[in-house]
Design a protein around this ligand. Structure first.
Ligand code: SF4
Length: 231
């Protein structure tokens, strides 16, 4: 009984996350996957169990934030980026060390992966780049914590204007796709790319094929495929 109530709580939270604009966390993500989110394409629901695992990451963030507050170096925490029409996002913290400001982004990650990491993940770097851009800062820190052993590793990130321009242009192009109902191409390394392994839209992506297609036409194909499955 209680399990069902808790699962429903997580399902409701998940359903609230309808896509209406881009988020900083979309930086570096598969454009087709983001397009499908905008269009609410049929997808595999994330199980409440996995959503609870994601929530554990939030607790790690809270603890790390508490540590930074205790050290007296937090200038601001949980800060929304300045209002933008098309992009939303919330940075974890801005801190001051030796009179210099740093944007800090926490990431919790599988401990085995963290042990092998000698550079941050590129999509995380791009997220920090966007935060640096919106908060007009020059330096950031990606702070990773291992989920199972609480080991921490930090990677400095310097503002890179070219990377920011590219991400913002990618968002602009994708916005045009969304407005024109044009499904973006698959990732070039589909299905080996790690995003495809965890993609909620894998089934519709398989059905769509490799190249650009019109969403309205494709929607009919999805409906027909659904009917055949139910026959
Ligand atoms: S399966 Fe891969 S290429 Fe297709 S939408 Fe998902 S992440 Fe993108």
């Amino acid at each position: 009984m209680l399990k069902e109530i808790i699962d429903k709580y997580y399902q409701d939270k998940r359903d609230e996350r309808d896509k209406k604009r881009f988020y900083v966390s979309d930086a570096g993500k598969c454009p087709r996957q983001i397009f499908f989110k905008f269009k609410k394409a049929p997808h595999k629901e994330i199980e409440p169990r996995l959503l609870r695992i994601f929530d554990q990451g939030d607790y790690v963030h809270l603890r790390l934030m508490r540590d930074l507050f205790s050290l007296g170096i937090v200038v601001a925490s949980e800060i929304d980026i300045p209002p933008q029409e098309d992009i939303g996002g919330r940075a974890d913290a801005i801190i001051r060390i030796n009179n210099e400001l740093y944007l800090v982004d926490f990431k919790s990650i599988n401990s085995n992966i963290l042990q092998r990491m000698d550079a941050p993940k590129e999509d995380h770097v791009l997220q920090v780049q966007l935060y640096l851009h919106f908060f007009k800062l020059k330096k950031g820190i990606l702070l990773y914590e291992g989920k199972d052993n609480s080991e921490i590793k930090e990677f400095p990130v310097e503002y890179d204007e070219e990377k920011v321009k590219k991400v913002l242009n990618d968002f602009k192009r994708l916005k045009i796709n969304v407005e024109r109902n044009l499904v973006p191409k698959r990732l070039p390394d589909y299905p080996k790319n790690w995003q495809c392994q965890y993609c909620q839209f894998r089934e519709v992506c398989d059905l769509a094929g490799e190249g650009n297609i019109q969403w309205e036409e494709f929607k009919k194909k999805i409906e027909e495929a659904g009917k055949k499955q139910n026959e």
